[in-house]
Every structure is written in structure tokens, then in C-alpha cells.
Ligand binder design. Sequence first.
Ligand code: S3P
Length: 423
Amino acid sequence: MKTDIKKIYHARGELPVPGDKSISPRAVMLGSLAGGTTEIKGFLKGADCLSTIDCFRSMGIDIDVNGDNVTVHGKGLYGLSEPKKTLYTGNSGTTTRLLCGILAGQNFNSDITGDASICKRPMKRVTEPLSLMGAKITGDYCPLHICGTKLHGVDYKMKVASAQVKTALILAGLYADGKTVIHEIEKSRDHTELMLGAMGADISVDGLDISVRAGRELLPQKIEVPGDISSAACWMVLGAIMPNSEITIKNVGINPTRTGIIDVFKFMHANMRIENVRSAAGEPVADITVSSSSLNGVEIGGDIIPRLIDEIPIIAAAAVFAQGETIIKDARELKVKETNRIRAVVDEFSKCGVDITETDDGMIIRGGKPINGADFKTYGDHRMAMSLTILSQLADGSSTLDDSACVDVSYPTFFEHFYKLGE
Ligand code: S3P
């Protein structure tokens, strides 16, 4: 349904953002595989993470949800039961790919499918390396059929910088005979390694190399999920581009594998403060304040890309209001996200007059020029909906979104928070 994007004229205030969309599903998955009760605080009740809960409930795990507190009654590594129906992962790539790693080594068969977007996302990047461990998975795209079987360790050099692929292999390693060694090409988010380490798994990390062995029972935990820096990124950009604005986002996860946007904001000369740095259940968190800024264009590429991959649409919005050129390169992975985010950003931003060019591995934006309102398409992609909402704030004229509800995937209270900042 087409909705008008409301305009605000400044953005001021302090707010927490919902829990992290990568840590929340990992907490449910690993909590289900632990022997006992894992208590999760600050769980993201976005559609993706609710899909994770549904899947594990379908495999016999009792999970209580009370606001953003979730209690997972884990049954141990071999406590899952055969699902009676196809596991439905909705829009969640993390749930789909990580499940492949867990289900490959079970003593039952299973099927996985998701929504139209998930059915277009490549699964071979996970099923191929898992097959080297002995996994029997059919389908390069969802629906996938998984015949649970005995797995063996492998020494594998990753072909893409993907935390989902890495994690699927680590999780399969918990069921494999011998040692599983994974060599990353670039460092991607390491929430699984941190959580498994805290749970007592036999896992070690040395730079880009990860080793894991089966044999140790996972210990249940109390997990505090930090606020998602990918959601906080919206308010960082809003605070920087709007006049007369200052936003403090409390309790944001600043794991160094996720803070590429903070580095980019420094390069762009944003007015930003990172304060109250502390640790929450093994993950670093802080409060981030951003105020109205004169941004500069920037070149973004190389090994920073996995550290800000989900923030590229919103960084592109910031670049529109920065002086000079912003070049984003080495970001081909954007083509296989919830939608092709290179194409989607270029097409939608062009509609309102942004000077933007698509490249094979990214985009070039020549910022600092006036833009107009437009009727935007989100392609059902939550990050497009949020980025377009923020982009349209400084446009001349009004704008609409074809599907604002898709923000539910990662940030159900996005519009509520947005209006509050504009009061
Ligand atoms: C995620 C990893 C990234 C990221 C996604 C969440 C994760 O995907 O884009 O939103 O939770 O591991 P890739 O592994 O495909 O890079």
C-alpha cells in the first residue's frame, strides 16, 4: 500500500534502537543447542528473528517470549526433533543459511523455504562447502531438502566474505568428526565465534582462521543483545544531514566487525561522539551521538565493506548531501541481498534527481545537489524503506513509499521513533 512519507524539520532526542538482527537469531539457535535454559534480554522482535523462533519451536524447542525477553529451553546438541512440516524462514537469510549448517549433521531430514526474496538468494555458497563436509543438501535455491548425515571436518578457504557462510560451517563443525578449519578472505561479523566461545565450545580464532571441533556440550547463557548498529545507522545519518539536529542512540553494539560506518563517518567529517563504551555479555556497546554536520564525499572499498555491508543504502543517502563525490566499490555482495541493492539504490535515488551512477561493484554519487520528492519503490527491502525515508527528508516536495510495512523485518518501531525524533 502506497503511503506518504512524513517530513520532519529537525531530529532531536535520545533513544535506544531494537536488538541486533545478527545476534538475536544466533542467541535462539545456540540457546536451543545448549543443555539448559538460555535467557535473552533485548531480543529483536522483528519478523526475521521471529522466523528463527518459529523454526526452532517446530523442532521441539520450548521458547517463551515476553516483550523483548526470550527464554530458550535448550535440549543439547542432539535435542532437536524432526520437524513435521517445511521450516519457513520468511525473509531471513541468516536463519536460512545458519539452519543449513545445523541441520546437515542431524539424524533426521528436513526442508527449508522462505518468502519470494529468500527463494531468489543463492544457497550454493553454503551448500557447496557443507557438501565437502559430507552434507547432503539438494537445491541451489530454496526450497532446500536436507538429509541429515554424518559430517567430517574440512579445511576450507572461503570464496566470499560472508558471516552467514562462515557460521553455517562453524555450526556444522559442532557435529563433524575431526577439526573444521575455515579461512576467511576478509573479516566478517564474529558474533557466532564470541557466543560459542562463551558457551564453552571448542573453538579458536586466529586472525582470519577459525578452528572448531565437536564434542563439548554448550552451556546455557544469559545473553544481553546490544542495539543494532545497522538500525542506529539510520539515526546517525538523519542527525548528520538534518539542520538543527542532535541524536543520541543508546546501547549500540560496536563490535569492530560491524563499525565500518563509524570509520566512514569519521572520513566524512561528521560531528559524532562515541561515549560510555562498555561490555554487554561479551559484546562491546556504546552510546553514539551525531549532530548536524557538513559532510564530505568519501571513497569506500576493500576490507571495510563486510564491516558496513548492510549500511550501504543509508550511507548512500548521506553521500547525497555530502560535498563532492562518494565512490563505493568492492560491494558486489549487495546484488544478492534482500534485493539487488546496487540496482535498487541507483534506480530509486535517480528518480528524485540524485546524480548517481551504477558500477559493476558499487556506485558513484556526486553529492551536494538539490533533489525532488518521488514515488519510491522499496522492493520489499527493509533497508531500502528506511534509507528512502531519510533521503526524502531534504527533498523539495513530497514523497511516497510503496511498502512501508517491510521495516518490520529489522525495525518494527522505525516510523514511531522517526516521528518522535522530529517532534
Ligand atoms: C549477516 C551477515 C551478512 C549481513 C546480513 C546478516 C549475519 O550477510 O548482510 O544482514 O547475521 O551473519 P552475508 O553473510 O551474506 O554477508
